[in-house]
Structures are given as C-alpha cells and as structure tokens.
Design a protein around this ligand. Structure first.
Ligand code: GDP
Length: 207
C-alpha cells in the first residue's frame, strides 16, 4: 500500500463527537512513551503528523487523521480511511479521576465506534510483560474487539532480548486465551514493520 496523503482532521473529547463513521478506521493505543507518535509518523512518512507525548494533565482526546492510499505508487485506485491516535495509558502521575475518565472514554470509543476495524496495541519490546499492557489486551479480548500487537523500539535492545520479551508476553496471554491475534515487531528508527502494518490495513480495507 502506498500512502499518498495523510492529514490531521480533528480531536474529539468523546466518541459521539468523532467524524462521521463512513470509512474504515484503525486505532493506535499503548502506554505513554511506547513510541506511538513515532510509529504513526513512520507509517505516514511524515515526521510532524502525530505530536510526541502530551503531558498527563492535558485533555485526553481522540485524534483522527484522514489517510488516502493506493495499492501502489502511481496507481489510481484511491481508498480513504481513518487512522486514530488514542490517548495512552500508564502515565505515572494521573489522578484516579483522570484514569477513570480515560477508561470511560476509551471503553465508549472501542465499543461504540461502528467503523473501527482493528486496534493496534503498542507494547515496548524492551520490557518484560507489563501488567497494564496485559490487562488492556485481555480487556479487548473480553470485548471481542479485533486487535494486533505491535512490539515497538525493537532496535533498542539486542534481538535475543526482544524475542524473549515477546515470547513471554505471548505466553502470558496464552494463560487466558487459546488463540492469539497477530503481532508485528517495529522500529521507527529502522523503519521495521511498516510494510506489515500497512499490508494488514490494506487487506482489511478490501473486505
Ligand atoms: P508516545 O508517547 O507513545 O507517542 O511515544 P513517542 O513516539 O513520543 O516516543 C517516545 C520516545 O521513544 C521518543 O524519545 C522517541 O524518539 C523514542 N522512540 C520511539 N520509537 C522508537 C524506536 O522505534 N526506536 C528508538 N530507538 N526510539 C524510539
């Protein structure tokens, strides 16, 4: 897939205020600092598209980007879809109240947004399985929301450590689930995993 255009559209405080649900939508979420903005910018080949980590006190918004893509560069088979940057979880200093607000907004978005096709859950490949990430993917599983796991920053540790951390995460998920969703290993620095993620989106767009 070739991305011919990626533009920021709107930030919404809740699902009911999001743009009309008239095209396929793909959401990106993960702990703060997991590398979400860097990944979105890498996918769209635009270093300024998504802003890096907002501060925890800031309003947490659902950010829509409008993407125009073609199957290959130069082709005219345009398709349009939404890429959504969701506010991250796991800020060290948020109040209980802020956390509850985040949970409510995210649950509403994930469960009500009818054009949501796939959630990409970002997980930092440098770390052993983190409780917050496991809780989040398990929750998605319970809600039966399709997701793909994206293990980020794979250039930062040696490959053995990255592979071990991913294996441990998947093993921890197997304690709850018989079948696991797909996963992709990425590095925004080395541009790893870009084609895989775009292929997933491209295939789903055609369904
Ligand atoms: P966000 O808070 O999830 O949006 O995370 P950012 O995209 O702002 O990234 C947090 C920090 O990690 C920044 O300093 C990035 O430069 C760095 N970072 C993000 N992705 C990668 C990556 O793939 N490799 C390396 N080495 N650093 C990364």
């Amino acid at each position: 897939m070739h991305i011919s255009k990626a533009v920021y559209l709107i930030s919404s405080p809740e699902v009911d205020k999001c743009p009309k649900a008239d095209r396929p939508e793909y959401a990106f979420i993960g702990r703060s600092n997991v590398g979400k903005s860097s990944l979105i910018n890498m996918l769209c080949k635009n270093q300024k598209l998504a802003k890096t980590s907002g501060s925890p006190g800031k309003t947490q918004l659902i950010n829509h980007f409008e993407i125009t893509s073609t199957s290959k560069e130069g082709m005219k088979d345009f398709s349009q879809w939404y890429l959504v940057d969701l506010p991250g979880y796991g800020f060290a200093k948020v109040s209980l109240n802020q956390r509850r607000q985040w949970e409510k907004m995210i649950e509403n978005y994930l469960r009500k947004r009818e054009n949501l096709v796939m959630v990409f859950v970002l997980i930092d490949s440098r770390h052993e399985p983190q409780e917050l990430d496991l809780e989040f993917v398990n929750q998605l599983g319970e809600w039966e929301i399709p997701f793909t796991m994206v293990f980020t920053k794979s250039d930062k540790e040696n490959q053995r450590t990255v592979a071990k951390n991913i294996r441990s995460f998947l093993d921890a998920m197997r304690e709850t689930w018989q079948f696991l969703p797909a996963h992709v290993v990425t590095s925004a620095i080395k541009q790893t995993g870009r084609d895989k993620i775009l292929n997933i989106i491209s295939e789903l767009n055609q369904q």
